[in-house]
Design a protein around this ligand. Sequence first.
Ligand code: BG6
Ligand code: BG6
Ligand code: GLC
Ligand code: GLC
Length: 912
Amino acid sequence: MVTAVAQRLLSQRKQVDDTLAHFSLNRDQLRVVRDKMRVELERGLRKDSHSSASVKMLPAFVFQTPDGTERGKYLALDLGGTNFRVLVVKIRSGIRKSVRMYNKIYAIPHEIMQGTGEELFDHIVHCISDFLDYMGMKNTRLPLGFTFSFPCRQTGIDKGSLVSWTKGFKATDCEDHDVVDMLRDAIKRRNEFDLDIVAVVNDTVGTMMTCAYEDSKCEIGLIAGTGSNVCYMEDMRNIETVEGDEGQMCVNTEWGGFGENGCIEDIRTKFDREVDEGSLNSGKQRFEKMTSGMYLGEIVRQILIDLTKRGLLFRGRITEPLKTRGIFETKFLSQIERFISTYTLIIALMHLQSLGSTCDDSIIVKEVCGAVSHRAAQLCGAGMAAIVEKIRENRGLEHLEITVGVDGTLYKLHPHFSRVLKDTVRDLAPKCTVSFVLSEDGSGKGAALITAVARRYCDKRRQEWLKLRIDKYLYSMRFSDETLLEIMSRFRRELEKGLSQDTNPTATVKMLPTFVRSIPDGTEKGDFIALDLGGSNFRILRVKVSHEKKQTVQMETEIYDTPEDIIHGSGTRLFDHVAECLGDFMEKHKIKDKKLPVGFTFSFPCAQTKLDEGILLTWTKRFKASGVEGMDVVKLLNKAIKKRGVRFTDIMAVVNDTVGTMMTCGFDDHRCEVGIIIGTGTNACYMEEMRHIELVEGDEGRMCINTEWGAFGDDGMLEDIRTDFDRDIDRGSLNPGKQLFEKMVSGMYMGELVRLILVKMAREGLLFEGRITPELLTKGKFETKHISAIEKSKEGLSKAKEILARLGVEPSADDCIAVQHVCAIVSFRSASLVAATLAAILTRLKDNKHVPRLKTTVGIDGSLYKMHPQYARRLHKTVRRLVPECDVRFLLSESGSGKGAAMVTAWAYRLN
Ligand code: BG6
Ligand code: BG6
Ligand code: GLC
Ligand code: GLC
């Protein structure tokens, strides 16, 4: 009899042991798991295998862990773990470095978790609303960090579309939708408060950041809770699904999906398969279903049912609770394993589950729990070993010391899970010393830290990544030095073509003689009027040059309007307007009765045979008055002046603004022999040897040539570097097919170029979440002065936000960085092109002088050059790189071209 009982017990014992033996993994098996995990990690990172990889390796767009300088007040949401929390996080930096948090936990009812997406997000916003009321913060527009503990495919820190629900969530119409958009829409629907959603963060990432705030070695985040997952800092060069090779980025591995391709079938048991089949996402998250709190209880339940069915437990009676899915929560599992005395265990089981009734039953239940949780911890350990080994190899280290930030109820509450996990990692990754730090504050703190960094725009790596993306998008606007040298030599050939009598008629760069033969020599004096027409302002000046002890210049200026209807009307009306303004000026300055000589800066291409004649070849920039092209503008102005009855003033000289600028600067620096304008339009003049100017008689001395370089490329010479944006600009201009170089370079067109790029990028979903406003579509709404404001180093990004808001766009932080970079590329291209053409002029001057090194001064004017914060520096640097054999001084014309025009007039007057 005794033997029979003993045999029955022994057989029972054996059957239980045999069943649980499937859960015991030996070292070799764990090594295999580690190695397979490693393969899947790599496959998830690689472009060609990413789509079929079971471990998705999702880029998290977090480029660095906190450095302690984060500060501010943030709202954080924490959705997807056991609890849904809303928090306010206050972060201080410096010596008072601290983080304070206030939070409230809200329930997410089952029917909402599995209802519609709209209901879920409305519920979330309802909870936020309650929390803001509770905190008295409804009227503050706080930045928000959103911990969303599900797999999201991110394209930026504030963009993430849900790949698929996991764990207990299954709300409809959410998968493949951007969760930030859904939250924003729900906030709009409620229409009670506003929030600035800055970052969407996985809980693993939030946890890593929370722990890294205290421990800079923390570069891995692990969740062992309802779900199971890991993130870590990966080298950018290994993340093939994201552009860029520099620095690091956090990758959310979503290792819960490991095994979806069948690679761990050998260790899955029939109980694992049953749990999977009964889950919300059958076939998915196979590793998670073997390792996380949400499923371990279920595995235990399945084993208990099996053992009961086989008469090995509960006297073969399957009770109602045992039939109930989800009855075994993680916390019960932890509690069962925690109880040491059998008596308390039985009580607990009876109390909690009405399951156990005998002493043996309780022991078996405890063993089942132990086997299942032990395997879970071992599997997590094997996975973690693969991660730390990968990091060690990435860094080429013999030995790696690293910290893992951990959170999750399973890790926190289970009596043995953490120990087994650590032992396994130690065993399977012997070249790594891995410390585990428990996240005391949840991932909300980490989400707030990420929000702080993202908001401050100073996450350098993230900025670099964004910039790189735009660099690639606008690669055709970025030139290598090799290309610039090529453009330089093409322009050099154009200069020669324009100078030669034979080729000039077909040359695009007209190389117009100006009859200005030298820069000021210090002897000029007199009282002059200067008109300055063609730049952004129409100015009239009185310029008095006296010669007491030293030459001094006094100037009085008035700015006059040139309304659109006048510059686009008839030529007669335009010159009448100029004469009228001149009359007004003389009256105002009480010089009505003086017969002062006039110098006329007319900033358009004019053919001259003498100083006081200028036949307008063609209008450029914004001017298009009829009946002026082909006419002598001096004559037209004289006629208008006479008509008005202004006491006759002699127009002694007509000068281009480049010439006026060279002369203004030449007054201060006798080395000045080049004048350039980078303003509404762009152009250059320089002193050429008479012997090379075949269009003018005489070989002696020098004469200033107005190159009219704006027309460079009008014969197709620049087609290889023009972009579709340039072609659009040209088509929409007043002079299609003309001034093609000017249209790539100058202020009149640059803002518009940026606008066109932004519209295209938005259309392709690369900016503003694909939203395009009517203002953004309006020509001229984005001006070159905006580029200058946006590129300012300190306040540029807030300016971008302001300017874009005026265009009806609600830009994210990333949008602002992107727009700033688009501006930089467009303005940098302009500076590079000007550098190339200017370099060609400098080499020409050097060759003319037959010197090994050229020392010269370039006089410059124009609003783009003057107002843009980086333009001048970039231009100077590039010129010096392209022509290292020239020592160039760049001299800004402080007083406009009027002073220079007066100098030319003084000469003309003297000759007269
Ligand atoms: C919390 C974090 O502490 O842990 C959450 O704040 C995370 O973001 C959770 O999801 C994970 O644990 P569990 O057990 O709640 O799923
Ligand atoms: C001014 C000169 O300073 O600059 C003008 O006086 C010139 O002659 C102008 O045309 C060019 O710059 P912008 O930006 O006004 O076209
Ligand atoms: C699930 C989610 C994952 C999350 C983890 C822990 O695996 O897919 O995003 O990190 O649970 O909560
Ligand atoms: C346009 C004009 C040119 C002028 C330049 C700068 O290119 O054609 O004459 O110098 O603008 O204002």
